[in-house]
Design a protein around this ligand. Structure first.
Ligand code: HPA
Length: 276
């Protein structure tokens, strides 16, 4: 079965469960699932009930699609994502984003937990991603191009939509949540980086480091979907402080920051929907 046929089956499964046809999609990262639970009139579809969907295995990732409304605006929210480090091919990692695109999403808001490479940022702050460095050594679009989804070669010079970035900064400002903006660098994980790698990241011009988002942004841009991505800074990256990195701490800080992020996401969706 071709990729487009698989996407079609997944989209039909979702369409049979809800009458809503959102133009805004959201992907929630580690420990950031609270927003999905705040939607009105939610229809919750576990990933295992959507054909060809990869199942999430990471702790802190729920693995369900919630379609509902936020302040009256229809949204499709992926609570939990899958990562390359779980053993999925990047083509599988980006499958849910492609489904959202075929379902009609024109604006995608991605969130993640990230470590701060920039010594001036603090855990609990949000960072609007201005640009990324793909340090995963691979790309989800390697292989034959599906012209029905997008072109073989495409521009990534404004991968993170300037208008949406402005909306996000304004939303943080209004919500009273400290906000930064900067460059996100993606590693495959699952090991956290070494202090030497983090010094390299700083030299390369990165502000935050993580293990997700970049493949999804690439797949979304391939389809012409406008992208906004926000990192929740959950920890200082390796070597910045004396202490060691702990996944539980990453989840805990993520959960505490999730309250602010929920408020911010609600505001972003209101403003972004006017442009979708
Ligand atoms: N490194 C990579 N990924 C992360 C980190 C980190 O320090 N924190 C949260 N996700």
């Amino acid at each position: 079965m071709s990729l487009v046929q698989q996407l079609g089956e997944a989209v039909r499964a979702i369409e049979s469960r809800t009458k809503l046809r959102p133009t805004v999609g959201v992907v929630l990262g580690s420990g950031l699932g609270a927003f999905a639970r705040s939607l009105d009139k939610p229809v919750t579809i576990p990933y295992r009930e959507i054909p060809h969907f990869p199942a999430s295995t990471a702790v802190g990732h729920a693995g369900e699609l919630v379609v509902g409304t936020a302040g009256g605006v229809p949204v499709a929210v992926m609570a939990g994502r899958v990562h390359g480090y779980e053993g999925y091919r990047l083509e599988q990692v980006v499958f849910p984003v492609r489904v959202l695109g075929r379902f009609g999403v024109r604006i995608l808001v991605l969130t993640n937990a990230a470590g701060s490479v920039n010594v001036n940022y603090k855990p609990g702050e949000l960072m609007v991603i201005d640009d990324h460095i793909n340090y995963m050594g691979t790309n989800p679009l390697i292989g034959p191009n599906d012209d029905e989804l997008g072109p073989r070669f495409f521009d990534m010079s404004e991968a993170y939509d300037p208008g949406l970035r402005q909306i996000a900064e304004k939303a943080c400002w209004k919500a009273g949540v400290p906000v930064r903006h900067g460059v996100y660098i993606a590693f495959t994980g699952p090991s956290y980086e070494t202090p030497a790698e983090i010094r390299m990241c700083r030299t390369l011009g990165a502000d935050a480091v993580g293990m997700s988002t970049v493949p999804e942004v690439i797949a979304a841009r391939h389809m012409g979907i406008r992208v906004l991505a926000i990192s929740c800074i959950t920890n200082m990256a390796a070597g910045v402080l004396k202490q060691k990195l702990d996944h539980r701490e990453v989840l805990e800080v993520g959960e505490r920051a999730a309250a602010g992020l929920m408020d911010v996401l609600g505001r972003i969706i209101q403003d972004a929907a006017k442009q979708a």
